[in-house]
Design a protein around this ligand. Structure first.
Ligand code: SF4
Length: 280
C-alpha cells in the first residue's frame, strides 16, 4: 500500500474552470483517445512503455514488432543477452539503460510472478525500470485496473496550463488530479490530455487559437485575452460563458480539423539521446 495515493487529502489547487467542464471539452475533442503504443498484452505494453521514456510512441511502434518477435514473452526476454537486445532498441535512445531495465524487469516477472505481469501497483513499481507512470499505463490500459492517473510530460504540462495543479512533482500532480476528477475519468482524462498535448497544446508553442479548450483555459493566448491571465475559480464560469458568447471561430474549430491543421503533430518530446539514464 506504500505507493497508493490518498486523493482525499490532496490540497485544492486554484482551478480556473470546473474539472467537469474540462472533462466534457476533452471528451468532445478527443472521444477516441487511447494509448498510442502498439501492444497485444500487458507484457508488450510494459516493454513498450519502458522503451518510450525520452522517445516517442511513433518511434517505439517501429521497434516493437521485431522486439516482440524475438522476445515474445517475459521468459524469452529474461534470457536475452544485452548485446542481442540493444540493436533492436537502439533507436529509442538510452538503449543500454533500457536493455538493462527490460531484462531486469523480465527476470523479476519470471522470478516473482511466474512470467506474468501483476495487476498490482506496488508489485509493478518494484520491478526494475518501472516507475509509477509506467505502472499506471499498464494497469489502466492493459489490465483494466485504474488506481491512479498517468502523469507524463504532456499531463504535467497541460495540468499546469489548465490550472489543475500548481505542483511540478509527478506524484503530487497525480494526487491533485485524483482529488479533482471522478475515478471513472482517471484513465480517459489522461489519455485525452496526452492527445491534446501532442496535437494542440505543444510544449513550446501551444496552438491556442485552434484550441477548443481555450474558453476554459487560464493560460490561453488568444486575441483580446492576456496570456497567463488565470482567473479566480469563482469567476471561471462567467469567463467561460463570456468567451463562448463571443464565439471566436477559431475556438469552435473541430478537433479533427485541428488535427489536420497540425497533422500528425510530432510529439515534441524527444529525440533519442544517449546520455545517462532514462526518466520514467
Ligand atoms: S488554450 Fe492554449 S494553453 Fe490552454 S489548453 Fe489550449 S493550447 Fe493549451
Amino acid at each position: 500500500m506504500g505507493h497508493r495515493l490518498r486523493s482525499t487529502t490532496s490540497p485544492a489547487p486554484a482551478t480556473a474552470s470546473p474539472p467537469s467542464a474540462l472533462i466534457a471539452a476533452l471528451a468532445a475533442a478527443w472521444p477516441d483517445a487511447t494509448c498510442e503504443l502498439d501492444h497485444q498484452d500487458a507484457y508488450q505494453l510494459l516493454c513498450a512503455t519502458i522503451l518510450a521514456a525520452q522517445s516517442t510512441d511513433k518511434m517505439i511502434n517501429t521497434l516493437t514488432p521485431a522486439l516482440f518477435a524475438r522476445y515474445p514473452d517475459a521468459r524469452a526476454l529474461a534470457a536475452a543477452a544485452p548485446e542481442e537486445l540493444e540493436p533492436l532498441i537502439y533507436k529509442s535512445g538510452f538503449y543500454r539503460a533500457k536493455a538493462r531495465s527490460l531484462i531486469g524487469m523480465a527476470r523479476a516477472l519470471v522470478e516473482r510472478h511466474g512470467g506474468q505481469v501483476p495487476a498490482d501497483l506496488d508489485a509493478l513499481v518494484a520491478l526494475p525500470g518501472v516507475a509509477r507512470k509506467t505502472a499506471n499505463v499498464v494497469l489502466s490500459t492493459a489490465l483494466g485496473t485504474t488506481v491512479g492517473v498517468v502523469v507524463d510530460t504532456h499531463v504535467t504540462r497541460l495540468s499546469a496550463r489548465l490550472g489543475l495543479t500548481r505542483e511540478t512533482d509527478p506524484v503530487k500532480i497525480e494526487r491533485d488530479l485524483m482529488a479533482q476528477l471522478p475515478r471513472s475519468e482517471w484513465k480517459t482524462f489522461a489519455d485525452r490530455l496526452i492527445w491534446h498535448g501532442r496535437r494542440v497544446c505543444f510544449a513550446k508553442k501551444p496552438a491556442c487559437e485552434q484550441c477548443t479548450l481555450a474558453p476554459l483555459c487560464p493560460s490561453a493566448e488568444v486575441p483580446g485575452r492576456a496570456a497567463g491571465a488565470a482567473k479566480p475559480a469563482g469567476r471561471a464560469a462567467k469567463a467561460t460563458t463570456a468567451a463562448k458568447a463571443k464565439t471566436p471561430a477559431t475556438t469552435k474549430a473541430k478537433p479533427k480539423a485541428t488535427a489536420k491543421a497540425t497533422p500528425k503533430a510530432k510529439p515534441r518530446a524527444a529525440k533519442p539521446a544517449k546520455p545517462a539514464k532514462p526518466h520514467r
